[in-house]
Design a protein around this ligand. Sequence first.
Ligand code: A3P
Length: 335
Amino acid sequence: MDCKLSNDFPFEVEILNTKDNPEIKDYLNDDQVSFARVGPKKFFFPSDFLSMAPSIYNMALRSDDTFVVTFPKSGTTMTQELVWIVCNNSDYEKAKSSPLNERFPFLELSSMVRKLSYTENEIEVLKKAMMPVSINEIEKMPSPRFIKSHLPLSLLPTSLLDQTKVVYVARDPRDVAVSYYYHDKLMNLSKPENDFKQYWKYFVSDNISFGPYFEHVLEAWEKRNHPNMLFLFYEEVTKDLPRAIQRVANFFGKTLSDDQVNKLADHLDFDNFKKNKSVNLEYLQENGIFRSDGAFIRKGKSGGWQDYFDEEMSAQADKWIARNLQGSDFRFPDC
Ligand code: A3P
C-alpha cells in the first residue's frame, strides 16, 4: 500500500516486505531487511532510507557545494578524487593523509548500512570509518562542502542545480551490474552462491538499490546542458584521463598546467588508485566488514561484462537497453 512520509516530501512510498517478495528474498543474505519503492518512478531502497529521505530532499544547500552524483558502481570514487584534487589546489598531502569519505562524504550512507546484516561491533567500525554519517553532521561541515550521492536527481533538493555544482557519471549498465554484483558479494549483502545470471534478473527487474538504472541516468541526462551540470561517462574518463581532468577543471573554472594534469592522471591511474589507502577502503576488509576475497577497487575495465553474459543475456540486454532509450537521445559513447 502506498503512503506519504511527510508534507515536505512529495512522493508516495510503498514498503515491501522481503518475506512476501520472493524475488528479493532469494537474493539476499538477510530476509529481515525490508525495502521500499519511492515516487512515481519507484526508486528502490532499503526502507531505512525513508527516515532520511525528507531531510535530504529539504536540506539546506550552499552556493559553494559540489556534488558527485551517480548510479552506484559507475566510477564515483575515482570522480570524487578527481574533483576534490582539482578544487583543492592539487593538495596531494591532504588527499593522501585523510580518507576520501571524510573529505567527500556519502550523503545517504547511514540509511544504506543494512543493520541486520552486521554485528553491533561491525556497525560501529563501519560508522566510525565512514564519518560523517548523518545528515546533521553533513549540514555542519565547513564550506566548501564536497558531497557524494547515489540518489537520483529527483530525490535530491529541487534547487540542487541552481544552487550547487553537480558532476554526474554514467557507465554502461552491463558493466555496472557486474561491478554491483561483486560489490554486494564483497559486503556480504547477497547469498554467496548467487550467480551473475540471477543478479542480472534482479537488475533489470529494478530490485537493486537506487534503481531503476535508466530512470536514474535519464533524469541527469535531461539536465546535461544546465550550466551547473557536468555529465561524464566512465568509459570516456578512463579512456582519456587527461581530457577528463581538463573538462572537470574547465567546469570549475580552474586552470591546470600540463604537469598538473599529468600528475593527476597518474594519481587516478587504476593501478595506483587501487593501492591508495585513502580511497581503497582496505580498512573495511581488515575489520572483517568486507569479505577477504575481492576488492573495492576491482578491475576498472570497460566492456568486462562480455565475460559474464551468454548469448541469451546479451540479446535480452540489447532489447532492454533499446526499450529504455526509446524516445531519448541518450547514447553510450563509442569507446
Ligand atoms: P569494477 O568493479 O568494474 O572494477 P564506484 O566508485 O562508483 O563504486 O565504482 C566502482 C567501479 O569503478 C569499480 O569497477 C572500480 O574498480 C572502478 N574504479 C575505481 N577506481 C578506478 C580508477 N581509478 N580507474 C578505473 N576504474 C576505477
